[in-house]
Every structure is written in C-alpha cells, then in structure tokens.
Design a protein around this ligand. Structure first.
Ligand SMILES: [Zn+2]
Length: 220
C-alpha cells in the first residue's frame, strides 16, 4: 500500500518533535503517512533500544501512522555510504510516497545533518531506473524539510492548533527520553522540562506568524 507521505529521520522521536502536528493534520485530511527511523537510538543516555522501540510504536499509533520502520544505520555516527543509500532507496520505492519529510541537512547534530543528506540523495536516486533494487523506480514529487536543533526560517507554516494535544501525547509516549515527574533516569538536556517548553514555544512563535495558536514550520 503506497503512502502519500513518508517521514524519515535519524532517531526515534525526531519526527514527533518536528512535524508530528503536520502529520496528524495530513491524516485527518485523508492522507496516509508512514514513519522511518534511520537508527534505533541506541546511544541515548536514557532508555534502551527496546524501550525506545516500544515508545516509538506507541507514538506512531497516536499520530495515526500506517506503519513505523526502524533501520540500524548507527546512532551517534549515522552511516551514509552506498549500502545505506540503497536501503533508503528501497524503502522509498516500497512505500511510493508523493512527499518525503526529513531533517534540514544543516544542523548541530551530525546524525540529523547526515539523515537529511542521505534522504535527499536517496529520494532522487530512487527514481533512477538503472539503479536496481527489489522494487521498481519511484521518485517522490517533493522532499520537504523540518528544522531540528537549529531553527531555519520556515518557507511555509502549517496550522497545527487543533492537533497540539495529539502532538503532546505523541511526545509524551517517549517516556524514557523526556521530562517525567519522579523519573529516576539520569538527567539529560532533552529530559529537562524546559526542553519540551522550548519545542512548544517554537510552535507558538510560528503560530504567531500566521495568527493561530500553534504552527509547524516547513522548508520546501
Ligand atoms: Zn535526533
């Protein structure tokens, strides 16, 4: 079953933190989407890959994803050689999305940067017939970018006011990663309450630009 949109990012939770509201909105409009995490998040200070996998499944259900797949391209050193490129090409061809969402390939976190580059290149090569994988060639119409750590000026804004509770719930599904009252896991930047406040403040700032409460910013 092809999907309209495929969101491909480096770590489980990257998608929820950047474009969860947009995906929920697309789903409401009748567009099917899937999520692909390029790594298992095994370098995270908190949680384990197994815990993160369960959390990621739950978050995908909350947003209404058709599926969530996880590759193992190396958290904290994401590989983007030909083998990895072919793996992403195959995923794009298998799901035949019209639009692919991915991190903007300029970010403080090298995994995010590499993910954006890898996915951008794979989207193009996926349409090249002479590059053979199991499924036939398919080139998405558009690759669209979301800011992660670095904030880039968005080129258009998506009103996600109606979906902000869903987005919050999807983020909270990553219990091991983010702030939770009474948690005994080691402290991290992401687990401070201020981190989720910052993520929400960004949505408020983007919202103010289009006179709504919350928005997500997109670079096309
Ligand atoms: Zn990340």
């Amino acid at each position: 079953m092809p999907v309209d949109v495929l969101a491909i990012a480096a770590h489980p939770d990257d998608v929820e933190l950047t474009c969860g509201g947009t995906l929920a909105r697309l789903k409401r409009l009748g567009h099917a989407f899937g999520i692909v995490d390029l790594t298992r998040g095994e370098m995270g200070t908190r949680g384990t890959p197994e815990i993160r996998a369960a959390e990621a499944r739950r978050a995908a259900e909350i947003l209404g994803a058709e599926f969530r797949e996880t590759l193992d391209l190396g958290d904290g050193g994401l590989r983007r050689g030909r083998e990895e490129e072919l793996a992403v090409i195959e995923i794009i061809r298998r799901h035949r999305p019209r639009i692919v969402f991915t991190p903007f390939p300029d970010d403080r976190h090298p995994d995010h940067r590499r993910a954006g580059q890898l996915v951008t290149d794979a989207c193009y090569y996926a349409g090249t017939r002479r590059i053979e994988t199991k499924h036939p060639a398919h080139r998405p119409q558009q690759t669209i970018y979301f800011s992660t750590f670095f904030s880039h000026p968005p080129q258009f804004l998506v009103d996600v006011t109606e979906f902000i509770d869903l987005r919050r719930a999807a983020m909270r599904a990553f219990e091991s990663q983010f702030h939770k009252e009474g948690s005994t896991e080691p402290p991290t930047v992401l687990a401070q309450k201020s981190f989720l406040d910052m993520i929400e403040a960004r949505a408020r700032e983007y919202g103010a630009m289009i006179n709504v409460e919350f928005a997500e910013g997109v670079i096309g």
